[in-house]
Design a protein around this ligand. Structure first.
Ligand SMILES: *[C@@H]1O[C@H](CO)[C@@H](O)[C@H](O)[C@H]1NC(C)=O
Ligand SMILES: *[C@@H]1O[C@H](CO)[C@@H](O)[C@H](O)[C@H]1NC(C)=O
Length: 751
């Protein structure tokens, strides 16, 4: 009773003021704001003032943000994101971009097999994201920041933006068919390009039936420094404010660099501020996929505003008012309180897309890309060879392709003084949380967890739990809001992070179903699973055999029956290509390299092993081993059955008793240590596997050619054979060992 009363009180007070994400160092005057257009009172629900010196945002270090530590595979990036390029210094979040080349092994998709290629990115930079930490639906975001570099030098691409909870930036597998959908109509033509679409009557993962979902993007700011005047008088530097949304307009799109013709683009329901005009340099993009059916278009409703030097020398306030209340929906951008751009729902009647209503998280980053403010070939200095696109400060040849003054300007620092989010506490549609009652995401993300981390980047889960204390220390000075106890930081109750430098943060309200005690289902290791299956199958076989044998014994005519058993007999017809096991679907996406996602249901620990190059070699071999491996051995096959036994049909090397007291008993002469099972094959060195796979493909293709010279299967087999041949055996062995260790680690304690 008392507990319920206390809980009721907590819930009640939570309605009065949500404070779980508020930085206690936010000054009182900044704890409320009024919407500029509507006058509604808003209360602070999230803030970060970055006042504590030396915070780190690496995975596991901070409850609000994660600084990614990985290559950026998007937008022709020339940078690699390092977590240590994001720190707090002198009261700001300090994102540093520098000329600091990173060489790394990039996992790339080659005809369904992973190839490791050594790649080099000349620049290092930083990206923090609130993904799966702080998300909100509706409200006002206000960011006070100073942009990096110089107003007149192009090349840097600083941004502050919002992205739907179901996509994680730079993890390309999470954005395919998800970004930037905001569409709730069942449209058979588009069904294959929006993963969670309104045509699905019974979706899994707690999603609502017939409800389209996605991860739209709102850009609060993307700044383009540099000099010069573009078409129709847009002067650099400028910044763009955008809503990026799918579905996009498929046909008759405006030409980039030109204003749209009347009726050709979104018009009605858009309003531009005094110094702002339509962004005619970016109308969106096509997301190319393997097949046309899976390819789609994303539109950018975007505006450009000229800015001056002071944005790079002083702090300015960038503000987005995002109203989700039904019948009031709107997006409005402001700069230091001045109106910039507005999008109202009726503008989207053009395509049928929706205003954003997904839970969104905040991102802050600086990118470097040849597509953003770089000189075009004819703008490069005379004698610069633009054919080799190397963009590198380290050599004269490559530096001339960079914007003038770019290398000299580095390192550059993007400084964010504060990030604050306000909501109307009396408005039900304003919510906090990445998974809400109307827009659940948690179970979907858990069920597709492999899209949100990169195992080829040494990651084994999307986010590690935030460590509270534990960092090594000599004195309490290291430990933020904590003390140094026996050489380790111990945090006060309000602090977290290894060095206790972050304020604790939490959702005041959970929209999730109440927590339930869940007994984890018993785990069966795959080997045992196979053994159990084999046992069941054999038992069934024996029973069937006994019955038929008894029947036959009675009728005294012994014709060998062949119980239906799944293992392949020694000579299956060459035409049969069994359905591929759970190997990832091969898909080419718009984004370069990155490994494409695999569709899986639930967390599947074995998949780590299956999806290594070695695992794939084994799977390729298991589908055609009889072309390359002589098993069972000749010796086993030629064993003469004992009295009353005969060879079990379809199982050379196995004898079965057909009469007498031992009726139904099996004697297996086959060598099981050499059997072509996943486990046995996986134990072989990759070099040997490659040879076996090559032999198997070769003889399968040859047999096919003999029997069916123009079989449509041949080119596919040849392609797969080529993919397998390209695998680097040494690297595959290393990867396989790692994956197996990972598998063992993940399944520990579950047996
Ligand atoms: C940002 O960090 C750099 C060093 O990485 C430092 O030189 C600069 O002063 C910092 N900016 C602020 C405002 O502290
Ligand atoms: C446009 O920009 C100029 C100079 O940057 C500024 O003085 C003026 O107030 C701006 N106009 C509007 C409507 O924001």
């Amino acid at each position: 009773m008392a507990v319920a009363a206390v809980l009721g009180l907590v819930v009640l007070s939570a309605r009065v003021a949500w404070s779980g994400w508020v930085d206690p160092q936010t000054p009182l005057w900044a704890r409320a704001t009024t919407a500029i257009e509507t006058g509604f009172a808003h209360t602070l629900v999230f803030s970060d003032e970055f006042e504590v010196e030396g915070r780190s945002f690496a995975d596991g270090d901070d409850p609000r943000w994660t600084a990614v530590d990985k290559n950026d595979y998007t937008n022709m990036a020339l940078h690699y994101y390092h977590a240590d390029h994001v720190r707090t210094t002198n009261g700001v979040l300090n994102i540093t971009t520098d000329y600091a080349p990173t060489t790394f092994e990039s996992a790339e998709d080659e005809e369904g097999f992973v190839q490791f290629k050594t790649r080099r990115k000349p620049f290092s930079s930083g990206l923090v994201q609130g993904w799966n930490k702080f998300c909100f639906t509706g409200g006002i975001v206000e960011i006070v920041a100073r942009l990096p570099g110089k107003a007149t030098v192009g090349g840097l691409w600083p941004a502050m933006w919002l992205l739907g909870a179901m996509a994680r930036a730079t993890y390309v597998a999470s954005t395919d068919w998800m970004w930037p959908w905001s569409y709730n109509t069942c449209d058979r033509e588009r069904q294959y390009t929006q993963e969670i679409n309104a045509c699905e009557p019974s979706p899994h993962y707690g999603l609502r039936p017939n409800t389209g979902r996605g991860a739209p993007e709102i850009d609060i700011l993307e700044a383009m420094p540099g000099v010069g005047t573009l078409n129709y008088g847009l002067e650099k530097p400028y910044w763009s404010t955008s809503y990026q949304v799918a579905p996009g307009k498929l046909h008759d799109r405006p030409v980039e660099g030109k204003r749209p013709n009347p009726g050709q683009w979104y018009e009605d329901g858009l309003r531009y501020g005094g110094n702002t005009s339509i962004n005619a340099f970016f109308y969106g993009e096509e997301l190319k996929h393997f097949t046309k059916r899976e390819t789609y278009v994303a539109d950018a409703l975007s505006a450009n505003t000229h800015i001056d030097d002071t944005h790079f020398t002083n702090f300015h306030t960038y503000r987005l008012e995002w109203e989700v209340e039904p019948d009031r929906e709107a997006l409005r951008w402001y700069l230091d309180g001045d109106f910039i751009y507005e999008i109202l729902p009726r503008s989207l009647d053009f395509t049928g897309a929706k205003m954003p209503d997904e839970p969104m998280h905040i991102l802050l980053n600086t990118a470097v890309s040849s597509t953003w403010g770089f000189p075009l070939p004819w703008e490069q200095p005379p004698g610069c060879d633009s054919s080799k696109k190397c963009y590198d400060c380290g050599s004269q040849k490559c530096a001339c392709q960079l914007p003038v003054g770019f290398c000299e300007m580095l390192p550059a620092h993007y400084e964010i003084d504060s990030v604050r989010v306000y909501q109307r506490l009396d408005e039900k549609s304003h919510k906090i949380g990445c998974s809400t009652d109307t827009h659940p995401t948690r179970r979907f993300i858990e069920g597709h967890v492999d899209r949100y981390f990169d195992p080829y980047n040494g990651e084994n889960k999307p986010l590690h739990p935030v460590k509270a204390g534990g960092a090594r220390c000599r004195s309490s000075a290291t430990c933020g809001d904590g003390t140094c106890v026996s050489g380790r930081c111990r945090c006060s109750p309000t602090a977290t992070g290894p060095e206790c430098k972050a304020f604790v943060a939490f959702n005041d309200i959970s929209y999730e179903e109440p927590w339930r005690l869940r007994l984890s289902t018993p785990f069966v290791p795959p080997m045992l699973r196979t053994a159990v299956l084999a046992f069941l199958v054999l038992t069934a076989g024996i029973v069937a055999f006994r019955i038929s044998a008894q029947r036959k014994a009675r009728s005294a005519s012994l014709i060998a029956s062949s119980p239906a058993l799944p293992t392949p007999s020694n000579n299956p017809p060459p035409k049969v290509e069994p359905k591929k096991p759970a190997s990832p679907k091969k898909r080419k996406a718009a984004e370069p390299p990155a490994i494409k996602r695999k569709k899986t249901t639930g967390v599947n620990h074995e998949s780590v092993v299956y999806e290594t190059n070695k695992g794939k070699l084994v799977q390729a071999l298991l589908r055609r081993w009889w072309y390359a491996i002589d098993w069972p051995s000749k010796e086993a096959r030629s064993k003469v059955p004992e009295e009353n036994f005969e060879v079990l049909s379809g199982f050379p090397g196995v004898h079965v008793c057909t009469s007498g007291p031992r009726l139904g008993e099996l004697v297996d002469h086959r060598d099981h240590d050499a059997a072509p099972s996943f486990v046995n094959l996986y134990a072989k060195p990759a070099k040997e596997l490659k040879e076996l796979v090559a032999t198997a493909f070769e003889s399968q293709i040859n047999q096919l050619k003999n029997h069916e010279p123009d079989s449509p299967m041949i080119p596919g087999l040849q392609k797969e054979m080529k993919g397998a041949a390209k695998i680097n055996a040494d690297k595959a062995d290393v990867e396989a060992r790692k994956a197996f260790a990972e598998y063992q680690k993940n399944t520990q304690g579950r047996r």
